[in-house]
Ligand binder design. Sequence first.
Ligand code: DAH
Length: 342
Amino acid sequence: MKEQLERIRVSALEALAQAKESADLESLRIKILGKKGELTAVLKTMGKLSAEERPVMGQLANSVRAGIEEALEQRKKELAAAALEARLEAEAVDVTVPGTAPTLGHRHPMNIALDEVKEAAIGMGFRILEGPEVELAEYNFTKLNTEEGHPARDWSDTFYLKEDSSVLLRTQTSPMQIRAMEAIGKPPIRILAPGRVFRKDEVDATHSPMFHQIEGLVIDKGITMADLKGTLEAFVKSLYGEDCVVRFRPHHFPFTEPSCELDVQCFKCHGAGCPTCKGEGWIELLGAGMVHPKVLEGCGIDPDVYSGFAFGIGLERMAMRRFQISDLRLIFENDVRFLEQF
Ligand code: DAH
């Protein structure tokens, strides 16, 4: 029996050392230590031994079992470690391989231009205000001193949304003057209102049925044309640089009196005249004027106490100038090859 036990020990340890997977270990365990295993079979014959031999063999059998169990555990750990090692190697990531760069978007040139205007205005104490694109004719025209029958109200120029011409897509951001005065009530008022406007224009290099304006309004006691000129000149210089030259030209708008337009000297030819400024030397940038007393009155502001000025800037024109874009359509076509340049 002693030899039998020794043989089992030796062959078991050998088999364990050669096992390659944990499944092999389990079948070895069953083969040797299981109920029908080799060692168990030997132990079953213990009864045939003499009383002196039995404890000796019993002890030997126990030490063989313990030795095999210990070797089994040991091998199990080795195989697990090797498996982990193999997995780590197989799944290794080479952190030095260059990754795929994500494509990052950026602001649209119109938003860049708009943000610059907003920033300049906020620095001068203006509040940014937004309002509806679907507007009442009363706000878009009537309260801006543009009565029924005025050519600007023509159906061929304006997108009306109601048969009775009472609701429309705003043709200008100027109704925001009325909304600001009604909402804020008592001056001082200092607001800047950017937004979309709509007119029945055919699309070409300088026209679109939808474009953007920025409206400005300042109302307080003692505001004069000098404030208008000083503010707008400072405003334009903060956008285009201190050396930019501006001029004011008389003009007419129904809701301002007097009214003017502001031109900047052509950035290309500096006043000499070139294709960019159509030979004029100057580029028109905005309309402005002193708010008409009728408009103030209509909004419940006493024109004998308060006065103010307003201005309206075409944002596309500004962005086109800023980025030297020659065709308005490029701004709206959303071709990334164009947009990527800014
Ligand atoms: N709303 C005018 C337009 O669309 C632009 C304008 C002119 C706005 C004079 C003003 C202003 O606030 O005072 O042509």
